[in-house]
Design a protein around this ligand. Structure first.
Ligand code: S3P
Length: 169
């Protein structure tokens, strides 16, 4: 790692991959802090993501997200989970190039089961299954591009996923 401070690992992947839960498990196991860029964006905006989308639009959300990711990559030395769409920004992909990045892979069925009705996730409004299918189709290649490691999550508990990441790193 070329940075003085750097996350031990950055978790990327679609909604329902388990990024936030796995980040917390890994952080507990390693005795470090877990951080989630969705929470940083909500703190910066002073409101939940669903309200940012409605009040200010997705583009504004993405600008806040790019800034939150850049800050977290520069100052967080624990485990970092990115929002599912963060890797769509070229600026973010460039920053990720010198970090350990794990892509938590999830298939359509497991993702749908895990997000439930998609409450609080504005991109899933409407038909959750068809929205997730579109997002997986559009983004899987990007997750693979930024990842240094890929871990399958289908049919596995967050604890099993976290244990595999610990073996890998
Ligand atoms: C999004 C994923 C969400 C959140 C926002 C947009 C996306 O994060 O950042 O609703 O574009 O995939 P999670 O992947 O943590 O649910």
């Amino acid at each position: 790692m070329t940075h003085p401070v750097s996350p031990r690992v950055v978790l990327v992947g679609a909604m329902g991959a388990g990024k936030t839960t796995v980040a917390e498990l890994l952080a507990t196991s390693w005795g470090v802090a877990a951080r989630d860029t969705d929470h940083d964006v909500e703190a910066a905006a002073g409101k939940p993501i669903s309200e940012i989308f409605v009040d200010d639009g997705e583009q504004h959300f993405r600008a806040l997200e790019r800034a939150a990711v850049a800050t977290a990559l520069a100052e967080h030395d624990g485990v970092l989970a990115l929002g599912g769409g963060a890797v769509l920004a070229e600026e973010t992909r460039t920053l990720l190039a010198d970090h350990a990045v794990v892509f938590l892979r999830v298939g359509l069925s497991d993702a749908v089961k895990r997000v439930g009705l998609g409450v609080g996730r504005p991109l899933l409004l409407g038909n959750v299954r068809s929205r997730i299918k579109t997002l997986l189709d559009e983004r899987t290649a990007v997750y693979e591009e930024v990842a240094t490691h890929v871990v399958d999550t289908d049919g596995r508990t967050p604890a099993e996923v976290a244990a595999e990441i610990e073996e890998l790193l």
